[in-house]
Design a protein around this ligand. Structure first.
Ligand code: HXC
Length: 291
């Protein structure tokens, strides 16, 4: 749906670009001619994904190991990128989430999510924005939200609160930075099943119950999300800023999209089981991060 090389000469950073939604968007940007930087915590995952994408499309994908919870690590990463040349685009995709009864969350559990989604996304946005402003450069930022920013996020409160903050950041900075040619938009995806999200949000096949709530009766295709991310990033929509575009097959208009219906009757024993499944998946990821 786009002309070849639409994104030629663009340099785009995708946080969490080594897997899931981030990888799909990075791949599409590369395919359309952009030079893509991907960051995340798991070096081997980033390197494998970068190689896989370049084997498929050629071009250049640069993997950078960076935990966006740590502001100094972001500064270092952005220094490294800028030493090669300035960015044109940033996609705030990195996130963390798991389902839990809110009364079971400790402060550490809340912070495990909020430090990535809320703090980390702000640190990255401001770090890149400051450079664009200082150097008088235009830029485009896309943040990945969820439809919970319109409705509510029962059983995913730290994520829903953090993503709502990012919706406000998107609109506020679209106004504040608009006169510098910096655009901020956001995408609110519905269910696009990826391993990282589904291990923590639908452990044990719980996601299957959700299909009934989607008017289109299917989950999203990653290509559909990536095409939207290309459209919002491309120069042709320079006047578009401060928008949140929903892509969810109509799910949230059906008063759905959150976990209330699916989880409201889960017993305490079942919650313990789900928590253990999420824990094993987190532990497996941690083991990979230490590689
Ligand atoms: C209650 C839990 C818990 C659970 C962990 N904790 N899992 N509490 N229920 N299921 C608590 C722990 O007990 C601990 O608190 C604290 O959280 C930190 O636990 P860690 O295991 O050390 O977590 P950590 O590895 O730091 O972080 C977890 C994580 C991580 C943030 C989820 O796995 C991660 O970075 N994941 C990235 C991938 C991901 O989550 N993708 C999904 C994104 S989907 P105490 O007090 O006991 O020490 C998304 C939106 C999708 O964002 C929208 C779809 C519609």
């Amino acid at each position: 749906m786009f002309k070849e090389n639409l994104l030629e000469n663009k340099r785009i950073l995708v946080t969490g670009g080594g897997s899931g939604l981030g990888k799909a968007m990075s791949e599409r940007y590369l395919e359309l001619g952009a030079k893509v930087y991907i960051c995340g915590r798991r070096k081997s995952v980033l390197e494998d994904s970068a190689k896989e994408m370049m084997d498929k499309y050629g071009g250049s994908v640069i993997p950078i190991s960076c935990d966006i919870k740590v502001s100094e690590a972001i500064e270092e990463m952005i220094d490294q990128i800028w030493s090669d040349g300035p960015l044109d685009g940033l996609v705030n995709n990195a996130a963390g989430n798991f389902i839990s009864k809110t009364e079971d969350l400790s402060p550490r559990a809340f912070n495990a999510i909020a430090n990535i989604v809320f703090n980390g996304t702000f640190y990255t946005t401001n770090c890149v924005g400051k450079r664009w402003i200082k150097e008088g450069l235009k830029g485009s930022i896309i943040s990945i939200l969820t439809t919970w920013v319109y409705s509510s996020g029962p059983y995913t409160v730290p994520s829903a609160m953090s993503k709502s903050g990012l919706a406000t950041m998107t609109k506020s900075l679209a106004a504040e930075w608009g006169n510098r040619g910096i655009r901020l938009n956001a995408i609110a995806p519905g269910p696009f099943p990826t391993k990282g999200a589904w291990d923590r949000l639908a452990p044990g096949g719980k996601g299957a119950d959700m299909m009934d709530s989607i008017p289109m009766k299917r989950t999203g295709d990653l290509k559909e999300l990536s095409n939207l991310a290309v459209f919002l990033m491309a120069d042709g929509c320079d006047y578009l800023t401060g928008e949140i575009v929903t892509i969810d097959g109509g799910q949230w208009l059906n008063h759905a999209g959150n976990f209330y219906e699916m989880l409201k009757n889960v017993s305490d024993d079942e919650w313990d089981m789900l928590r253990n499944m999420i824990k094993s998946s987190n532990e497996a990821d941690k083991a990979k991060r230490s590689v």
